[in-house]
Design a protein around this ligand. Structure first.
Ligand code: CA
Length: 360
């Protein structure tokens, strides 16, 4: 009996070993046809092209084993439905911004942009080396999604206005397209925030359905032609100091990939995250010059008292999120702790240097 069992188990062992040898070979040939739905118009400069870059990078690194077809907003699903579409598996990947999902996860806003919060460089530090990414993954876990950073806008512009903003009272009654926490701050300042996908902003501004809008920065805003509908272009983007653009992946789809392809997807997102910031930084100033020289846009700074009031309101709004639920409290604590220490360090590094360079 014992001998027979031994022979049998060796036989099974050999068979199992044989399977183990051949399985990776079979898997190595397997290729994956994925869909990526995005919150941006197809090929939109910076954001849509960032999604294309991610898909192309994954295809190249995987030697064509993962092919991803990128869909613009509205092609497969509308801009604000990409989260649900990937969650239920209609597409394997999504490309958007976490603050669009605040109706599902209050704390999601911390993973996109916080008014007077972290810059691009600081956001990446928090996500990769400050515990932020782990919290983000925990936030999306109930939706069977794996999120990660896949782009960054850098400091945005405050937006497009048809009336001068000379004091806080000029914000009263203002109907403005502004998402996330910035929108709530505007509400506290007496305005009415509106959430609209990028592709719908121009018409809303042109027809007067909204009085003002923010989008991203000169490179992106020039592409939408907002200069045809508003005359003042205000800075700085107090509400979005370094917005993280996200890629989220359906968990079942991700788990179906062999380990090396999982690594490729993760590394490609990291490359795309860096590339988008470089793209935006490289092109924003040329676009700004076109807006000013060719389209006669008037660039204006928000007055200090307005920024100061917005900052005060932002602190209230952000702190209140921590009271909504336990998870939000944890995210807020992590983010806020990181913000405090990075402000201390950057005071004598980035900030001191930029101040010094500015006066040379
Ligand atoms: Ca924006």
């Amino acid at each position: 009996m014992k001998r027979r069992e031994l022979v049998k188990s060796v036989g099974i062992g050999a068979l199992a070993a044989g399977t183990a040898v051949s399985a990776p070979m079979v898997q190595a040939k397997k290729s994956f046809q994925w869909k990526m739905v995005t919150s941006w118009p197809k090929n939109f400069p910076g954001l849509g092209t960032g999604a294309n870059f991610l898909a192309k990078t994954i295809a190249e690194l995987s030697d064509g084993r993962i092919q991803i077809k990128v869909y613009g907003a509205g092609e497969l699903v509308p801009a604000f439905e990409v989260f649900d579409a990937v969650s239920r598996g209609t597409a394997q990947m999504g490309h958007g911004a976490a603050y669009y999902w605040k109706g599902k996860i209050e704390a999601a806003q911390f993973f996109a942009a916080v008014p007077f919060g972290l810059t691009a460089q600081e956001m990446n530090s928090w996500l990769y080396h400050g515990g932020g990414l782990e919290l983000w993954q925990e936030a999306y876990e109930p939706f069977d999604l794996i999120p990660t950073a896949a782009g960054n806008s850098g400091v945005q512009m405050a937006g497009w206005f048809n009336k001068a903003i000379d004091s806080v009272s000029d914000l009263k009654g203002l109907k403005m397209r502004i998402p996330g926490l910035g929108g709530e701050v505007l509400r506290r300042a007496g305005g009415t925030p509106v959430s609209l996908p990028g592709g719908e902003i121009f018409t809303a501004l042109k027809t007067g359905a909204i009085d003002a809008t923010e989008w991203v920065g000169p490179y992106n805003d020039l592409a939408f032609g907002f200069y045809k509908a508003a005359k003042y272009y205000y800075y700085p983007g107090w509400h979005e100091p370094g917005t993280t653009i996200e890629c989220f992946i359906n968990k079942t789809a991700f788990n179906s990939l062999p380990t090396e392809l999982q690594s490729i997807v993760k590394i490609a997102c990291r490359v795309a995250n860096q590339d988008m910031l470089a793209d935006m930084t490289a092109r924003n100033n040329a676009a700004l010059q076109t807006l000013v020289d060719k389209h006669k846009v008037e660039v204006r700074a928000l007055p200090d008292p307005v920024l100061s009031k917005l900052k005060q309101l932002s602190e209230q709004v952000v702190a209140e999120i921590a009271e909504k639920d336990n998870f939000s409290k944890r995210v807020y604590s992590s983010y806020n702790r990181f913000r405090r220490q990075t402000i201390d360090w950057h005071r004598i590094s980035e900030q001191a240097f930029l101040n010094a360079r500015g006066v040379v």
